[in-house]
Design a protein around this ligand. Sequence first.
Ligand code: FAD
Length: 596
Amino acid sequence: MLSGWLRACALVMVGLVSASALAVDKPHTAIVVGGGLAGLTAAYELQNKGWQVTLLEAKPTVGGRSGLAGSEWIGNAKAQPVLNQYLDRFKLKPVPAPDFVRTPGYLIEGEYFSAADLATKQPATAEALKRYEAALNDIARSITDPENPAANSTLFALDQINVSNWLDRLNLPPTARQLISQQIRTRYDEPSRLSLLYLAQQSRVNLNVDDRDRRAARLPGGSVVLAEEFVKQLKVIKTNSPVSAINQDKDGVTVKVGSVGYEAEYVVLAVPLRALSKIQLTPALDAQHQGAIKSTNYGWHDQIMLKFKTPVWESKARMSGEIYSNTGLGMLWIEPALKGGANVIINLAGDNARIMQAFGDKQLADQVLIRLHAFYPQARGAFTGYEIRRSSVDPSTGGAYLAFGPGQISKYWRLWEKPLQRITFAGEHTDTLYPGTLEGALRTGQRAAGQVQDLAAGKSFEPVKVAPPKAPEPAAKESSGGIGGFFSNMFGGSKPEPKPAEKAPEPAPAPAPAPAPVTPPPAPVVEPAKPAVVEPAKKAPVKKESTKKETVKKAPAKPAATHKAPAKTDATKKAPAKPATDKAATPAAPAAESKN
Ligand SMILES: Cc1cc2nc3c(=O)[nH]c(=O)nc-3n(C[C@H](O)[C@H](O)[C@H](O)COP(=O)(O)OP(=O)(O)OC[C@H]3O[C@@H](n4cnc5c(N)ncnc54)[C@H](O)[C@@H]3O)c2cc1C
């Protein structure tokens, strides 16, 4: 005994062990479930604070949905502040976007119009677009605090209304209505499935953000390169580790992957809501959380990349960035730098995506090609292939990303911000200001990591309050379709003074089954195939642990075409999270991930 103590003193004296090292406390432990950008951020931030973190990812690669976005355009620090902070930190250099990408364009019956063109060549459409924006901005400005959008009964009532009904009230000319609907469904979801309050809150968040800030730069390689940087920093990542259960007690948490249990003090749960429904939590979630998991709306967005030998569009069209067509094709990007060719990425969103689920991949590509061919006759001859990403029917998300439906802000606002005992929640769907974006995912990773530290420091969290509906402030100034005009129309009056709703109406029922799209695609030329069979994500086999407790780090999934090769970085590390049983998962060999 004495000799051991003397030996320790001697080691300190010769400098092999510092006195401070002997005094260091055991580090806190956390498990992060889900290796998307939210989970990666949470793990990175906790690890930086000295925590021992194990990240468990169900798939063979990490990065989650960041690997799905086909476009490389990103916002500047005004539009996506946290994203830009991490790019700076990891010395990732975005390239300034060409000017024509930074402002939206329009494809009307195949003819390209810049915003300036539209004003001179289609003044009625241009005027109607402005009227829509002014009306939406009026409502947005009446939201004083975007973190509390339902602050009074008028705003609360807007959550019960769907965007399509509001657009009806604006009496827009058909082309303008088609373009506006296309923009809304491309950014969020079908207008008929979207809460007007959500659209207004998002407009409030971006009120001072110009279109030019939204697509200010190109991140070569896309957002997946950011995920790769996080992977380089993290010590323990276990891929092929689908979490099936999380048990909490007063001492800590046990996270189950197959028959293996990992123990830690806290968990960050960074999986989308539909994936969360497959994880058994003990104690169980209450009815409100379970309702949110089941019914929170996710927007539908599928991406189709058509590849051509040479550009088939006229160069003057320079179609890239946000181009909205009135023919059901959705947003288009021409990505000259992507995959070395003349490629077009077409975003099929909202009900257009829902309808198109009836087509198999080849037929879907044909349908889109037929429409493009109508405008660009060279398209068919130059066509070399396609890739399709069906995010809409991904069983783990049930859509591409959160887009609150009518009545859902009233019910679920900030629900996932409050930790449940030892669990904190992250993921784009848990962000108040930037849900559905990379920015939102990163922000929630930071927030969840901060909450875990607070919990360890003994802090308790009050439930986040949804403000009870109060009488509204004096209404925003009357304008065509603004909140004042809208409400007086909506509730029967035509006076300039809005009549506030005495009491908030009952939440609207769950969105109805798919209505006909606002912009129906032209009649299909080929017969629809039987509904596309989308295979559920296969569970990776979980092998019994080798006695070495090895973990393997996997690089994030790349977008479809570039992701033929398995992950690059492999590293073998010790897992800090202690398996509760004697066994830990050994990741299966990485599988090449390809949706097509
Ligand atoms: C088609 C498309 C286009 C987009 N375009 C843009 C854009 O232009 N700009 C923008 O800012 N954002 C865009 N986004 C949104 C952005 O990609 C997402 O908001 C963001 O990547 C979400 O990150 P996350 O970490 O919240 O979730 P995810 O990336 O979904 O991460 C969750 C992770 O959890 C894992 N997981 C699930 N269940 C389990 C389990 N049981 N155990 C362990 N792991 C599990 C999943 O495999 C996944 O890796 C787009 C999204 C899509 C789908």
